[in-house]
Design a protein around this ligand. Sequence first.
Ligand SMILES: *[C@@H]1O[C@H](CO)[C@@H](O)[C@H](O)[C@H]1NC(C)=O
Length: 223
Amino acid sequence: MRTYFHSLESLPLLLLFTLILLLGQCRPDPDPIQDYCVADNKNAFFINGVPCIDPEEASSSHFATNALSKPGNTSNVFGFSVTPTNTVNLPGLNTLGLVLVRVDIAGNGIVPPHSHPRASEVTTCLKGLLLVGFIDTSNRVFTQNLKPGESFVFPKGLIHFLFNRDSREPALALSGLNSQNPGAQIASLASFASKPLIPNEILEKAYQISGRDVETIRRNLGG
Ligand SMILES: *[C@@H]1O[C@H](CO)[C@@H](O)[C@H](O)[C@H]1NC(C)=O
């Protein structure tokens, strides 16, 4: 009897301990253990990140880039282009746990519903009128219209989108993400344009559509 009560009393503590352990698994990129780790892009082996050059060799140019200065090419089915900083065009960001992304969206173009498995994202509208939003894991939707200077945050891993509400003028947004390798998965492309293709039967059942619908969507998406 005594031991029974003992184990009941320790149950909340056990649950708390388990929760802390689980939360410990959802970490952002690890903190750097030196001032910087300028990416050594000539190296051909893989670690969790990119190896660094000798700190003595680091120069200001490793921490600067003009990669985001030019508009991207938005001539694609969705009408958007994403230009990220990364360890190649900005070697100094290696291990710092962040990237900045330029997002160009043509008139009425869209960055279709997608998610970043390793990062939250905060986006600022610089030009144009954007409708942005995300869907949480209970399928609740949060949307917002953004004018230049206004920002919105997309929580880590949740499906989100950006739409240019203006049919003529291009829109421009700048996004910061808290991983040096956020990853991106576009929901429609993952379903209908994967390599190799997911069996039609899966998509017919998942989306409750016919085999012809699957083919049509595949063709439209270039799958
Ligand atoms: C943009 O991409 C389209 C389609 O890939 C291509 O035909 C066009 O030449 C590109 N435009 C520029 C300015 O690079």
